[in-house]
Ligand binder design. Sequence first.
Ligand code: UDX
Ligand code: UDX
Length: 461
Amino acid sequence: MDKTILCIGAGYVGAPTMAVLADNCPEYRVIVVDINEQRIAAWNSDKLPIYEPGLDEVVKRNRNKNLFFSTDVQGGIKKAGIIFVSVNTPTKTSGRGAGKAANLQYWEQTARDIIEHSENDKIVIEKSTLPVRTAEAMHRILSANDKGLNFDIISNPEFMAEGTAVDDLQSPDRVLIGAMEDESGQRALRRIVAIYQHWIADNKIKTTNVWSSELSKLVANAMLAQRVSSINSISALCEKTDANILDVSDAIGMDSRIGAKFIKAGIGFGGSCFKKDILNLVYLCEYYGLPEVAAYWEQVVKINDYQGRRFVDNIVNRMFNNIAGKKIAVFGFAFKADTGDTRESPAITICKLLLEENAQLAIHDPQALHNAKLDLADSSGEISYCENPAEAATDAHAIVILTEWQQFKDYDYRQFYRAMKKPAFIFDGRNILDHQALYELGYNVFPLGQKARNHLDCHSY
Ligand code: UDX
Ligand code: UDX
């Protein structure tokens, strides 16, 4: 039992994390369970339910050796001495804290399931991002069991990013483990540290108390998102002046105190975590009577919404204040490159705003078309989904880049130009294309935070 690890929740976080753990710890038996039968069937099949570079090999190398996927939550709880909980914690949609606080319903239910089916003491590890002090509440719930069992709660937030999950898990900047300060908590902490020591150097394993660990996760995401909103706010200013956001990012990023990462201007951040975690932080600050601190962090989300709206306003303005009935090729729907995930993708809002203007959308994405269809299922308007970029571009008035997929750079924009309506526009929401080359092909090019390269307006270029 000491060497059996269970993970409840086979999502983007739980399953890759456990696959890498199983890969590095052959003497542990790792079981990943989920209530979603379809998802578990997919983890057991040739086509895994999520696209993540390098994940196929790790899963297939270990599956049914020391890595198992199952829907038997009860059986898993009985067998394991160590339980990671990685169920989703969406933002509450109703009740107190609606729109900001985390919905802990799944987490609490999981804790109750653990009590019901446990026959021995266990270590329960928070892998989901949770509001600070959730562990305390969970500890109370778990301690209230009448079986005389001991449950130690550990906070071990995951910092992997989608698209680079396997590398991030294999070589993380740090592993953070927070434990209760009593003797039992410290014993549990040592057991979890020992697991990570199989592949992580000691100087990268940071141990804290539970509260610091929980808060650090929220703050890491808030600070990363804040950098994106900061640079995006400056991209708006660059478009009004002669400054170029790429030069500004380079120039400030060369300052080692600032650093070059996470200062790429774009259409705004997406993903399941950033917005949710910031709103969570905002809620906590309000709860603890810190309205100024709450307002400071809330502004990060407001700038993010503004950036998407601003991008659409620019499209409409530049296309003669009318996109009704015009076909627009949307390249990219995933919230970032190298994933099929579209949760909170800025593309969702941008496409909806374009549809409100009665544009016809032809959406192309190498991995996210399936999710795009689900996200736009309730939107009225003309939408087509194209595996082939040329099909999306044919007869389009504009190409709009929403995700920074590497392959978008290599497409044949000369051929697209021939097949498009004229004047042809490109709005590069991720600044990935060669704007001068496109301008020379005949396009009117509108990057973010840079001067337009526009044949129609001699003042612009
Ligand atoms: C989610 C959150 O988004 C993230 O903030 C948190 O840190 C971890 O959980 P992710 O793995 O991306 O991350 O979520 P998701 O892909 O939705 O996976 C959660 C899984 O838990 C789902 O497959 C769901 O079916 C499962 N689940 C949920 C259970 O098995 N039992 C439950 O009671 C609820
Ligand atoms: C994030 C955190 O990075 C990770 O540590 C945490 O565990 C989960 O949340 P993820 O959402 O998967 O990971 O992707 P990330 O690479 O952080 O990108 C988030 C969003 O910010 C994307 O939409 C991306 O396009 C955007 N972004 C990122 C920018 O617009 N500019 C940048 O410079 C960096």
